[in-house]
Design a protein around this ligand. Sequence first.
Ligand code: BG6
Length: 465
Amino acid sequence: MIFPDDFLWGGAVAANQCEGAYHEDGKGLDIQDVMPKGILSGPTAEPTPDNLKLKAIDFYHRYPEDIKLFAEMGFKVFRTSIAWSRIYPNGDDAEPNEEGLAFYDRLFDECRKYGIEPLVTISHYETPLHLAKAYNGWANHALIGFYERYVRTLFERYRGKVKYWLTFNEINSVLHQPLLSGGIMTPREKLSLTDLYQACHHEFVASALATKLAHEMMPEAKVGCMILAMPIYPLTPAPDDMIAVMQANHFNDFFGDMHVRGRYPGYMKRYFRENGIEIRMTPEEELLLRENTVDFVSFSYYVSICEGRGGENGGGNILGGKKNPYLKASEWGWQIDPQGLRYTLNRFYDRWQKPLFIVENGLGARDVLVDDGKGGRTVEDDYRIAYLNDHLVQVGEAIADGVPVMGYTTWGCIDLVSASTAQMSKRYGFIYVDRNDDGTGTLARYPKKSFYWYRDVIASNGAAL
Ligand code: BG6
């Protein structure tokens, strides 16, 4: 496998799934603090003790130890998010919280100490709770202004420390999970299509604004959108099934098209027309979208799904979809399809002609801690090695196909709390964290077998695959 010399190997996490310290040093509450069951049930009135994310893996205090382990694996890049409510505790505050800003200074400095480039998600499923409650999140136009204030503060503070920025995590998921993704308190079934697409519009404008500001304030910055990628295959060769696939793709491609082409595509205008959806937008917003397109497209990749008549619904991922009878699934029902990653890379590059960055990929699995025979403990996670190896081989194929791939960050490079089911037992990491679903555990870290495997892959720049 031939990977470019400057390929960015690394791992990814999100603040709310690993930091904990949910109300330390001036942090305000965010939506995750009242979502103890992930997407499986609605929000609670207050943070509750069963919410694993309140403490998570205590990355907030233990990050030096964790970054050191990432450096031992040879990470070139580390993707994390900034918790908006550490910087603006309520989201609409006039002044930022200095202690929150100082935390990320320390974190980015720690990365840089080892030559690890931070890759920052500005908003990763952690809208400040006040913005959700008082404004109904991104359903409200006012969020654009609060986001603008937030990103200005970030760019001002971290220019020179952070070069790569992502504006919204899995932006297309807002259509399916309005609370998680958009901080929208109105339940999905009570939102009109106009409300939903108006919220998307607000995020597109905010994203374009962030791109504009980043380019003005940090000439070396590279800004990407972030899409939940999921190839869709027809269940049969029936032309109707193929059209169903095309239409299903549109609802995801729309988000990339907006970021790369900067205008509403014809297929969406038709959908809006036929469904009585009217988006309120000003000529200034239209111009902003057109003139501030992204530098690269990043995406998460876990599963592929099927579309068409019949078939069975598959479980698992937050977008749903039908099962592919040719694929095996993880314990959580997420269908495993390494070739789908090569297909996605080719399809996205054909469509957008932009550099691509795989910023999430990995296997959520139950791990068993065993003695390592040297007085320590480890996990023999050959299943995770096989998953990652197979996917990286397909990344290599896509690179050979001529697709410019900037880098690859595995999801949950250290065990953390899962987003959809809010469990610790759904583990993705190269590093085991001793914490259980009932909240017990010492929080000690143990490198798994995959830790050494990834170290060798990075050291050989992919030749060890
Ligand atoms: C993506 C999210 O949807 O998938 C992450 O960006 C999430 O936040 C990841 O953790 C894996 O999903 P889960 O539900 O297994 O944690």
